[in-house]
Design a protein around this ligand. Structure first.
Ligand SMILES: [Fe+2]
Ligand SMILES: [Fe+2]
Length: 449
């Protein structure tokens, strides 16, 4: 619906836009501040389906605008939105009694009254009703700068305001401002959600604009991951400690031939593989400290293992899979399944360059899909055959994967911790999972019995 709003008061125009955007899903609103401007706009483009106008305006009141339009033979429904009552202005009473396309709503009505008054007017009948929405974690928007669909902020269950328009570029400061208000989600319509088959690992309805440099991309990804980690309750100081370790290992890797190539490949990725590698670094560092294993070396080893453990997996969907008997593997080609089965060893062998300065990293990587009961792969090792560092890594890896599955919904963490405690209850795992629960308890009030 194409609507012209005429009001010299900016706040009233903003208010009208918000209300209209919540009533109708497809809108094209043009604004102006005077009757003369309105007449010019209509004569340049007579295809407005509704004009909403104030009464008291400098240079010509609302009734003059209506009569001016009639003089020029325009048949556009006209809604006068005024603080004055119709009875106060005789010309308006007359117009109202003679015209079918003239409507009136008093200014200052409560929002719900105003909305129902609007909905009862003829121009709004038959308009598409409100859509349903799907929520999207707000920090995902930090990585991107362009949206392929309209994005909304939720006011309440019935009301959503358009925040980013389709194809509009936006910047992270816009997103940060609402993040600061503790808004957790933005919304897109069900229809768009289906259209883009939203899967947050596959760059769905968001894009990066062309003008972003590779450094900007890395920075925005990092910003997103930090916010993601912070919603799990990790504090800034914990994150910056982990960041320092990540930086250190990245610098070290940059000096090594093979690893620097792999690192660049990893950083160019914008998918689950990169994201979970990075989040894994955070959790490994935190848990390592909580367990009192906080030598710099152990944190660095865990960061190396985190960054490179899935480096040989090309499809991010494969990085999501935890177990060799997962039914989702069926959809992949025999080559891809083979790639998956051997990726712990393949990735570990690429870390050979590190063996001297960081012994054990390749072992951690090779064992990251082993499980305490021996049902893991590639070797089916049991809890007592796994080193504590490997156990810590396996637990953190499972944690990150679960958090993703739960869309980082903190209310579901107690159940998640309960399941993890049941699964990882042997050997070194037991103490590690208990410590993990303590860490999460401290930061996000998660406790299970
Ligand atoms: Fe893996
Ligand atoms: Fe992984």
């Amino acid at each position: 619906m194409r609507i012209l709003i005429v009001d010299d008061d900016d706040s009233i125009r903003d208010y009208l836009i918000i209300v209209l955007e919540n009533l109708l899903d497809s809108l094209d609103i043009i604004e102006c501040t005077s009757s003369q401007e309105a007449l010019k706009l209509v004569s340049a483009d007579p295809y407005f389906q509704l004009i909403i106008s104030d009464y008291d305006m400098p240079g010509g009141n609302g009734d003059q605008l209506y009569l001016g339009l009639k003089e020029r033979n325009y048949e556009i429904p006209f809604l006068l939105h005024s603080s004055r009552s119709l009875e106060e202005i005789p010309t308006l009473t007359k117009i109202k009694s003679m015209s079918k396309d003239f409507f009136y709503i008093q200014k200052g009505l409560a929002l719900n009254q105003f909305e129902s008054a609007l909905q009862s007017l003829a121009p709004f009948k038959g308009q598409a009703p409100l859509l349903n929405y799907k929520r999207v974690r707000i920090y995902f928007f930090l990585r991107f700068s362009k949206s392929l669909c309209d994005v909304y902020i939720k006011l309440n269950d019935q009301k959503y305001i358009k925040f980013i328009h389709k194809d509009d570029a936006f910047d992270s400061s816009q997103i940060k401002r609402i993040l600061e208000k503790n808004v957790e989600y933005l919304y897109i319509t069900d229809q768009d959600y289906l259209e883009f088959a939203v899967s947050l690992v596959k760059q769905p309805f968001l894009l990066q604009t062309q003008d972003m440099t590779p450094e900007d991309r890395i920075k925005s990804s990092q910003m997103m991951l930090q916010h993601m980690a912070m919603t799990t309750g990790l504090t800034r100081s914990v994150l910056s400690m982990a960041e320092r370790n990540i930086e250190l290992v990245m610098m070290e890797a940059a000096d090594l031939d093979q690893l620097s190539k792999l690192l660049n490949q990893l950083r160019a990725r914008q998918d689950y593989n990169y994201d979970h590698a990075y989040l894994l670094c955070y959790f490994c560092c935190v848990l390592c400290d909580a367990l009192g294993w906080q030598t710099r070396r152990s944190r660095e080893k865990l960061c190396f293992a985190s960054l490179f453990h899935d480096i040989t997996l090309k499809d991010p969907d494969l990085s999501f899979i935890q177990r060799i008997d997962d039914q989702r593997l069926v959809q992949f080609s025999p080559d891809e399944i083979q790639e998956y089965k051997s990726h712990p060893q393949q990735s570990a062998s690429l870390l050979g360059e590190l063996a001297e300065s960081y012994p054990q990293v390749d072992q951690i990587v090779e064992q990251h899909h082993e499980r305490p009961d021996g049902s893991g792969f590639p070797k089916g090792l049991k809890a007592h055959q796994l080193q504590p560092m490997s156990c810590l890594f396996i637990v953190c890896h499972a944690l990150v994967s679960e958090m993703y599955k739960l869309d980082f919904d903190k209310t579901l963490y107690p159940k998640m911790m309960k399941d993890l405690k049941l699964q990882y209850n042997l050997g070194h795992f037991q103490k590690i999972v208990e410590k993990l629960e303590d860490v999460l308890l401290k930061v996000s009030s998660v406790k299970t019995n």
